[in-house]
Design a protein around this ligand. Structure first.
Ligand code: ADP
Ligand code: MG
Length: 656
């Protein structure tokens, strides 16, 4: 269980040799009360505590006391604990390189003792009595207490009034202190935490599992702790993931293989994103970190489903070989340096992207207990359960019409059945939906299920169209409302991406399948548009477009992507040219590929006010179920909402 730092067996405190001291990142440890809280909790966890109690007065400025039931400190070592560069956690450079405890600098207590009145009381494991050391006077006296340690820190910054002036209100400092405890608690469900302020219990999170920590119990415990700390809503509106990259443990390791990275935790659905980045927690080998590589990797995984300034919510535990991450970068140890940050970025990005790609249409919105637990299915090996959030869809035996029968109504490629989808009967082409196995059955699924089977469709059976904008459908939970343009836009967008990927397959010259127009669509163009069409002819070809100048003031659209053959060619050409005008000709395809495809999809998607037949509506629902990221449109807005029977009953005051 490597997400959690195992307590090292109790070792004696020693002063570090000078050459090792010089290797350790120096600097200020204590900025505010919350830094003290964090350092003291780190020490308690390093000592193997199972319960940590934090008591404070005046936002921690007047008093911070952290009590634990860990291994304690031997009487004769108490004074050493307060000395600079004295630690029990490492004794050599070698140990520094693969340190598995939070602490290793031997400086926190010394630094805190220098700016506050400290009293250290402790009873070491198996010792007959307990002793308290007054950090100011050096007085050592016997006290009564059970095994463990309490560090009391009074009047922070009493000797440096200038520093004290920089502190904010007690309420603000308290909030930061609570945040410190939260960060620790989210990674250690096996430890109970309590926070008291001015004699009042502020937070209490009970232990969630035994310290033996087999995988499944840990996953369940973590989920429980997330619900305790971040609220039940966080768990309900997030998806579990467990992703591994690199050489699996146990496999023969070769020098040239990628190093294993495991990414676990929960990522919020796009809908759960917030205005502030206040629910983003990353851990590396159990240590809370703020790291640009990690946060960028996560944000980029959301790029395609969350637009603008919204901040995703997540708790992620990244586990890697400790020798591949340097924790000795910053004195507060909140920053780390990865040996290979690309490897970490990729693993985290893939882990989150894959998790978000699965359409959530099958999740159970009706259940008040939230989605199924984080625990992996006992029958499946760990690591193979990232798709747990979506129960298997059972579509029964094919009956009624096939989606492909209705393809003529939807713009679909004639030449590229992307993702290798075959046609069922050799008649209509199969819809190009998503990569991988999902595409296989789209073609086979009935879109007119018998009434009793309608409930088996995650998005249900289409009932009607509302105001030319919304599709109404009935599923097992009640009413489904679909924003038809938003949903279709995502379907077309994903289809275009898949087509380009499939066509590319490593080949740089690949392009979207294109369809010549029998009659070229000509339009009056600006000089800018004409210039762009000429400069970007290659990019346009990649996108399946052929736009050639007729004169200095007019352009002709001669071919469009097959997938978008039914749309307005001129409008499509104009918007693609407008977007291309902002880019350098050479770099545009790689850099702006998705934006361009998204723009094109917007034009290819069914427009508001277009009357749909029930068959078309059902085809849309089935395609949504089979399309990655179909819960959000290309602009990050939701594509569908569920109104459950219970919500409807509430609306009508039924059953009250
Ligand atoms: P570091 O944690 O880097 O070793 P600290 O100054 O935080 O340095 O602590 C110094 C030493 O005091 C630790 O190495 C540890 O041996 C001991 N110590 C501090 N707090 C505790 C605690 N709560 N329980 C047991 N030992 C502790
Ligand atoms: Mg420490």
């Amino acid at each position: 269980m490597n997400a959690i730092l195992a307590p090292a067996p109790r070792r004696v405190i020693r002063e570090l040799p000078d050459d090792l001291v010089s290797q350790i990142a120096a600097g200020e440890v204590v900025e505010r009360p919350a830094s003290v809280v964090r350092e003291l909790i780190d020490n308690a966890l390093d000592a193997g505590a199972s319960q940590v109690t934090v008591r404070m007065l005046a936002g921690g400025v007047r008093l911070i006391s952290v009590e634990d039931d860990g291994s304690g400190i031997a009487r004769e070592e108490l004074h050493l604990a307060l000395r600079r560069h004295a630690t029990s956690k490492i004794s050599s450079l070698h140990e520094l390189e693969s340190v598995s405890t939070f602490g290793f600098r031997g400086e926190a207590l010394a630094a805190i003792n220098a700016i506050a009145d400290c009293v250290l009381s402790s009873r070491a494991l198996g010792a007959p009595g307990a002793f308290a050391l007054d950090g100011r006077t050096g007085e050592l006296r016997p006290v009564a207490r059970s095994g463990g340690t309490t560090v009391e820190v009074k009047e922070l910054f009493y000797s440096t009034p200038a520093r004290r002036k920089f502190l904010k209100t007690d309420a603000t400092e308290l909030a930061h202190c609570v945040e410190s405890v939260r960060r620790a608690a989210l990674a250690r469900p096996d430890v109970g935490f309590a926070i008291w302020h001015e004699g009042r219990l502020v937070e209490q999170w009970r232990r969630r599992t035994g310290p033996d920590g087999a995988d499944a119990p840990l996953a369940v415990a973590l989920e429980g702790r997330m619900a305790d700390v971040l609220g039940a809503e966080f768990v309900q509106r997030s998806i579990a993931l467990d992703y591994r990259s690199g050489t699996p443990p146990g496999a023969e390791t070769r020098r040239d293989t990628q190093h294993p990275v495991r990414v676990r935790g929960r990522v919020g659905i796009p809908d759960a994103a917030r205005a502030r980045a206040d629910q983003q927690f990353c851990y590396v080998n159990g240590r809370f970190v703020r790291d640009k590589v990690l946060s960028h990797a996560v944000r980029s995984a959301y790029d395609d489903v969350l637009h603008g300034q919204r901040q995703p919510v997540y708790v992620l535990y990244v586990d890697i070989d400790p020798t591949r991450v340097d924790v000795n970068v910053h004195p507060t140890k909140i920053e780390v340096r990865f040996r290979d940050s690309r490897e970490i970025h990729q693993a985290v990005r893939h882990a989150v992207e894959d998790t978000l790609a699965v359409p959530r249409v099958a999740a159970d919105p009706d259940s008040e207990a939230g989605p199924p637990p984080l625990a992996p299915d006992a029958h499946r090996p760990a690591g193979a359960w990232s798709g747990w959030a979506q129960p298997a869809m059972n579509f029964g035996s094919p009956a009624g019409h096939r989606v492909s029968d209705f393809e003529a109504l939807w713009p679909v490629s004639r030449t590229t059945g992307a993702a290798g989808t075959g046609s069922a009967s050799g008649a209509a082409p199969a819809p190009a939906t998503v990569a991988g196995g999902v595409a296989q059955w789209v073609d086979e699924v009935p879109i007119h299920p018998p009434r009793e089977l309608a409930g088996a469709w995650p998005l249900g059976r289409a009932l009607a169209q509302l105001q030319g904008i919304y599709v109404l459908a009935e599923n097992a939970h009640g009413l489904v409302i679909v924003d038809m343009h938003a949903a279709h836009e995502r379907i077309v967008y994903e289809r275009l991406k898949t087509q380009l990927d499939t066509a590319a397959g490593g080949d740089a010259g690949a392009a979207l399948a294109s369809q010549p127009l029998l009659v070229p669509a000509t339009f009056a163009a600006t000089a800018q548009e004409v210039a762009t069409a000429e400069a970007h002819a290659d990019t346009l070809a990649t996108l399946g477009l052929e736009i050639t100048p007729l004169s200095a003031t007019s352009l002709a659209v001669r071919a469009v992507p097959s997938t978008l053959a039914h749309g307005d060619a001129v409008e499509l050409a104009r918007s693609v040219l407008a977007e291309l005008a902002q880019h350098e000709a050479s770099t545009v395809v790689q850099r702006a590929r998705n934006e361009l495809l998204s723009t094109m999809a917007c034009h290819g998607a069914v427009r508001a006010n277009r009357k749909l037949t029930v068959e078309e509506m059902n085809a849309l629902l089935r395609q949504m179920e089979a399309t990655e990221r179909s819960d959000q449109c290309n602009h990050g807005r939701p594509t569908w909402r569920q109104l459950t029977i219970r919500e409807l009953d509430n609306l009508f005051l039924r059953g009250r």
